[in-house]
Design a binder for this molecule. Structure first.
Ligand SMILES: Nc1ncnc2c1ncn2[C@@H]1O[C@H](COP(=O)(O)OP(=O)(O)O)[C@@H](O)[C@H]1O
Ligand SMILES: CC(C)(COP(=O)(O)O)[C@@H](O)C(=O)NCCC(=O)O
Ligand SMILES: [K+]
Length: 260
C-alpha cells in the first residue's frame, strides 16, 4: 500500500491508498523538529486505534516546507524500508509539462494539484487551493502547469489583523449573516469572507479573460466548502485533490520505472 504525505506550511496530511481508495487519512501540524520516530509512534497509534495494519510498501511526499523532508525520508527508510518519491526532486517524474520562467521553483503542492486536476478534469482549469496561502494554479489545454497566482491565506489574513491591531481579537472564519457588521467580530468576518469572495471571483475572471477561453474552476483545501456555500465561485469542490494527485504521480513513476 502507498503512504501519501502532503505537507503544507500549516498541516501535514498522511493518507493510506490501497490502490483503489484511501483507507485512512490523518492530519498533524507541520513541525520540522518532529523526528521520524515521533511520526511513527503517532502513525502506529492511529493505525492501532482504527484497527488497521496496512503493509506500507511505497511512500510519496509533497512538501512546501523543505526542512521537514529529511525526517519524513528517515521515517520511510527506517520504518517502511522504502525510498520515498519526493515531488519536485529530479527522480520524481511528472506526467505533465511545467512551463514557467527558467529557475522558478514551483511549489510541489501546485504541481501535484495540476496532475490531479488534469487526471480528473482534463485541461483548461483553474485550481484554487485554500491553504496557508491561497493559490491559483492554471492548467493549460494539454494539462501543463503554466503559472498562477499566490494570495495570502484566509486564516493568515485574519491573524494579520489580530497581530497588527491592538483592539482586534483572534477570529475564526465563517460566513457572516450580513455584509454590514454590527460588532467587531462580524466586521472582521465580513471583510475577510466577502473580500475573499471578491478576490477569487476577480482573479478567476481575469485569468479566463487573459487566456480567452472557458475554464473550469476546481477548488480544494479545508475552506473550499465554506466559500462554495451560497456563492457560485467553483464548478467543483474536491477536498482530496492533492492526495489524488500524489497517487497519480506514484503510479506514473512506478509504470515508467517498469518501462510500461
Ligand atoms: N475546515 C476548516 N475550517 C476552518 N479552518 C480550516 C479548515 N481546514 C483548514 N483550516 C485552516 O486553514 C488554514 C490552512 O490549513 P491547511 O489547508 O491545512 O494549510 P496548508 O496546506 O498550507 O498546511 C489553517 O489555518 C487551518 O487551521
Ligand atoms: C505558495 C505556497 C506557499 C503554498 O503553500 P501552502 O499554502 O500549501 O502551505 C507553496 O506552494 C510554495 O511555497 N510555493 C513556492 C513558490 C511557487 O509556487 O511559485
Ligand atoms: K496549498
Amino acid at each position: 500500500m502507498l503512504l501519501a504525505i502532503d505537507c503544507g506550511n500549516t498541516n501535514t496530511v498522511f493518507s493510506i491508498w490501497d490502490g483503489t481508495r484511501f483507507i485512512a487519512t490523518w492530519r498533524t501540524s507541520t513541525q520540522h523538529q518532529r523526528t521520524a520516530d515521533q511520526y511513527y509512534v503517532w502513525l502506529s497509534t492511529l493505525m492501532n486505534f482504527q484497527k488497521i495494519d496496512p503493509k506500507i510498501t511505497d511512500v510519496i511526499i509533497s512538501s512546501t516546507v523543505p526542512r521537514v523532508v529529511f525526517n519524513l525520508r528517515v521515517l520511510s527508510d527506517r520504518y517502511f524500508n522504502t525510498r520515498p518519491l519526493v515531488v519536485g526532486k529530479p527522480d520524481c517524474l511528472l506526467p505533465v509539462d511545467v512551463r514557467v520562467d527558467a529557475g522558478t521553483q514551483v511549489g510541489p503542492d501546485r504541481l501535484v494539484n495540476t496532475v490531479a486536476g488534469n487526471s480528473l478534469y482534463g485541461g483548461d482549469l483553474i485550481l484554487v487551493d485554500f491553504g496557508t496561502a491561497t493559490t491559483f494554479d492554471v492548467v493549460d489545454t494539454d494539462g501543463a502547469y503554466v503559472g498562477g497566482v499566490i494570495a495570502p491565506g484566509v486564516n493568515l489574513s485574519l491573524e494579520a489583523l489580530h497581530l497588527a491591531a491592538a483592539a482586534l481579537p483572534h477570529v475564526d472564519i465563517s460566513k457572516p449573516q450580513s455584509v454590514v457588521g454590527t460588532n467587531t467580530v462580524a466586521c472582521m468576518q465580513s471583510g475577510i469572507f466577502w473580500g475573499y469572495v471578491g478576490l477569487v471571483r476577480e482573479i478567476c475572471a481575469r485569468i479566463k479573460a487573459e487566456r480567452d477561453r472557458p475554464m473550469q474552476v476546481i477548488s480544494t483545501g479545508g475552506l473550499a466548502p465554506l466559500f462554495q456555500q451560497s456563492t457560485d465561485l467553483f464548478d467543483v469542490v474536491r477536498e482530496d485533490l492533492t492526495m489524488h494527485g500524489l497517487t497519480v504521480i506514484h503510479k506514473y513513476n512506478s509504470s515508467e520505472r517498469a518501462g510500461t
